[in-house]
Design a protein around this ligand. Structure first.
Ligand code: NAD
Length: 483
């Protein structure tokens, strides 16, 4: 990390610059201490970054680079991420407070994304389409040009890699604006990318605040695709701005995912799945299973056991191996979570576990909040309809499958869902009926770079990861040859 008053620079082309904007602080949410001062990109800095990316993308060095050579660079980036995994994990932990072992796993996930898209880059086919006449019709896939990637703070190691690796494999140049709460992961990875031989200007990073640096990037006329992960309100604002010049958008947004336990499930496994599904990453996960529906016959017993298991979770510093729940990512976010729990109480919710900050002097300087379960809530309540993005679970009984599906789908979101039952046809029916981009049966939060990920409804548009993930960063072009 940089010394107290040194400003950490960002990257345009091969030049590291502290920019014209007002530097901002990166704070460790586990301690309240400053990690570093970070440079902030002004509108003029963003303009330079986009112009640099545009020129680099148009250059023969990148446009005509053969796929196996481009793939080799992506593999080298993966090698370097793996070689620096521990320090990248430590940096993420210091910025968003995530448990260290989760950060280490995410560094591996970031490297895996580069390897996966390197393989697609090298093997990706074009198509010969069926002919309706005396011609040959081919479908080619072209890069957009300059892609703006804008990311949140909860998992930069994986979220940024899955965007950047796919966009580069597709032949684009990228200007990445990371969250102001986790600004340095992308700076470190961009330095590794240069070391791996990525031509300068193909990956640029501009750090800064959303309404300054982020808005300038979204509004830039030379950005042809905006790939955004973050809150639904921000995603809608970006989509409105992009529509003005017909720039493409790929939006990975918020969630309020239903997690369903039928009476015939393996209830021990389901209980662990529910706990992990909502409280891992301190609940700061877009796919967290935050609305729990339990079949009425087992409701009291299952929820009682769940409350006991939740109270037994060890809340502690992210670098202590015994900790199971770490702080929230920032003090301002902890306060927001706290006020949403207060709102739920005013609406009549009963606190079955947690509901407040921990009473532990050792944790008093950090942004901690206890894992919380709220009962006596209806699915229509504000706390069940609004994303909290913290360790807060709402529990509700259901009576039959139709009632369950109706409640599960009664939300603006559609990111993920989970179903626990031993009756496979029932699991299948529910999985097909639930409006969500990912549905887990007898597991939860199982992720893989090789399957498409994204949301229905207000959880977003477009898909990342999987083979679909490369197409998100390409435009189809038809080429017809008269015979
Ligand atoms: P956020 O929307 O506040 O910010 C995300 C990014 O957008 C940040 O880099 C921010 O600086 C930038 N930004 C903010 N306003 C902007 C604007 N007007 N123009 C351009 N950029 C702007 O979200 P957050 O608090 O960082 O992250 C939490 C949210 O992210 C949650 O809603 C969560 O569900 C969502 N999320 C979704 C996924 C997914 O894959 N669907 C994954 C992780 C997080």
């Amino acid at each position: 990390m940089h010394g107290d008053n040194a400003v950490r620079p960002f990257l345009i082309g091969s030049t590291w610059t502290t920019g014209e904007g007002q530097p901002f602080e990166s704070i460790n949410p586990a301690t309240g201490q400053r990690n570093a001062l970070i440079g902030s990109a002004s509108k003029a800095d963003v303009d330079r970054a986009v112009r640099t990316a545009k020129a680099a993308q148009a250059s023969p060095e990148w446009r005509q680079m053969l796929p196996h050579k481009r793939a080799a660079i992506l593999h080298r980036i993966a090698d370097l991420i793996e070689a620096h995994a521990e320090e990248l994990a430590d940096a993420q932990m210091r910025q968003n407070g995530k448990l260290r072992h989760e950060c280490v796993a995410q560094a591996a996930g970031g490297a895996a994304a580069y390897r996966y898209f390197a393989s697609i880059c090298e093997t990706m086919p074009s198509e010969v389409a069926p002919s309706r006449g005396d011609h040959l019709a081919m479908v080619m896939y072209e890069p957009y040009g300059v892609v703006a990637a804008i990311t949140p703070w909860n998992s930069p190691l994986t979220l940024e890699s899955q965007k950047v690796a796919a966009a580069l494999a597709a032949g684009n140049a990228v200007v990445l604006k990371p969250s102001e709460f986790t600004p340095t992961i992308s700076l470190s990875v961009a330095a590794l990318a240069l070391e791996a031989g990525l031509p300068p200007g193909i990956l640029n990073v501009v750090t800064g605040l959303g309404l300054e640096t982020g808005s300038a990037l979204v509004a830039h006329p030379d950005v042809r695709l905006i790939s955004f992960t973050g809150g639904t309100a921000t995603g809608k604002a970006i989509a409105r701005e992009a529509a003005g010049r017909m720039a493409a958008v790929a939006l990975e947004l918020g969630g309020k995912s239903p997690h369903i336990v039928f009476a015939d499930a393996d209830l021990d496994k389901a209980l662990q799945g529910v706990l992990h599904g909502v409280f891992s990453s301190s609940g700061q996960s877009c796919i967290a299973g935050t609305r729990l529906f339990v079949e009425r016959g087992i409701y009291d017993d299952f929820v009682g056991r769940l409350a006991d298991a939740t109270k037994a979770l060890r809340v502690g510093p992210p670098d202590e191996p015994a900790s199971q729940v770490a702080p929230l990512s920032s003090f301002v976010h902890r306060d927001k979570v706290e006020s949403m729990v207060g709102m739920a109480r005013e609406d009549g919710a009963t606190v079955l576990a947690g509901g407040c900050r921990p009473d532990d002097a050792r944790l008093s300087n950090g942004a901690y909040f206890l894992p919380t379960i709220l009962g006596n809530v209806a699915n229509s309540a504000r706390i069940c309809q609004q994303e909290v993005f913290g360790p807060v679970l709402c529990v509700m009984p259901f009576d039959d499958e139709d009632d369950l599906v109706a409640q599960a789908n009664d939300t603006l979101f559609g990111l993920a869902a989970g179903v626990w039952t031993r009756d496979f046809p029932k699991a299948w029916r529910v999985a097909r009926a639930v409006e969500a981009g990912t549905v887990w049966i007898n597991t939860y939060k199982t992720l893989s770079v090789s399957v498409p990920f994204g949301g229905f409804k207000e959880s977003g548009t477009g898909r990342e990861k999987g083979f679909h993930g490369i197409r998100t960063y390409q435009e189809a072009k038809t080429v017809m040859v008269g015979l």
